[in-house]
Write a protein that binds this ligand. Structure first.
Ligand SMILES: [Zn+2]
Length: 268
């Protein structure tokens, strides 16, 4: 087997950092070429450090990294974008940190995913340049679900497979999408899903930000979408535990003929 190169170079976004010893930090990077990885930034807690300014969370740079015995080591960084507006306003900053945290929590180390890297980068750019901050985060959340393989089914009821109508359905991310009023189980509390919210979710799922950016959502609809996507993310990141009990409750109400369809719709 050929030895990997001792030093490698990749564009990356800093997701977070934590202290190591007296002078160093471990930075968690989301890289363009290798997915997420941890590397040591030596001496960055000293005031004289030349690296320190380049490894702040949310900054985007070109990183030179050397293979180390335990952890790899950042040897050089050229900052590409500092995203200064994200640091100047709490509204922008808290959303950007939420986005970075989701990417961190949703990914395994060293699983390359260039589409996710682009999504993160585009989201940080939008959050630093635009004013429709919530819409940007909703777009990101839906795109993340799609990237992770948890794209919700928004065309058909996940239980009976009938096409969804423009009516009040129920949001059921634990079983992968939407439950129609006929199939809605009485013993499980599901959030109602308004027809408007379903339409916006479908638009988000098309993945065209320019189209989404034309929306001007009323506050109430915006809050509804936020709850639904939060729920979906929650299930996607913690799925084994939470979806099982829910799925059982839904299945318990099904007639035998429908159970076949529900099995196909449930978590793989
Ligand atoms: Zn149904």
């Amino acid at each position: 087997m050929p030895q990997p190169p001792r030093v490698y170079k990749t564009p990356a976004i800093v997701l977070r950092q934590r202290k190591l010893g007296d002078a160093d930090k471990i930075v968690t990077l989301y890289t363009a070429n290798f997915g997420k990885l941890d590397a040591v930034a030596k001496g960055v807690r000293r005031v004289t450090s030349r690296l320190a300014g380049h490894v702040e969370p949310l900054s985007h740079g070109s990183f030179m990294i050397a293979h180390g015995r335990n952890l790899d080591i950042v040897t050089q960084v050229q900052t590409i974008e500092t995203f200064q507006p994200l640091r100047d306003g709490l509204e922008r900053l808290c959303r950007a940190l939420y986005v970075a945290e989701l990417v961190d929590r949703a990914t395994e180390e060293r699983a390359e995913n260039f589409a996710l890297y682009r999504l993160l980068l585009n989201t940080l750019r939008r959050l630093s340049q635009r004013e429709d901050l919530d819409l940007i985060v909703r777009f990101f959340e839906m795109a993340l679900l799609v990237e992770l393989g948890y794209q919700p089914e928004l065309a058909k009821c996940v239980v009976c497979r009938s096409p969804l109508k423009q009516e009040r359905n129920a949001w059921a991310p634990g079983v992968g999408g939407v439950v129609c009023p006929t199939c809605r189980p009485a013993e499980v509390t599901l959030r109602p899903l308004s027809a408007n919210a379903l339409n916006v979710l479908r638009l988000l799922q098309k993945g065209d930000f320019q189209e989404v950016a034309r929306l001007d959502l009323a506050a109430e609809l915006g809050e509804e979408l936020e709850r639904h996507l939060r729920d979906a993310i929650h299930f996607a990141l913690d799925r084994d535990v939470r979806s099982a009990a829910f799925l059982d409750a839904v299945r318990g109400r099904l007639r035998p003929r429908q159970q076949v369809a529900a099995r196909g719709a449930g978590p793989g």
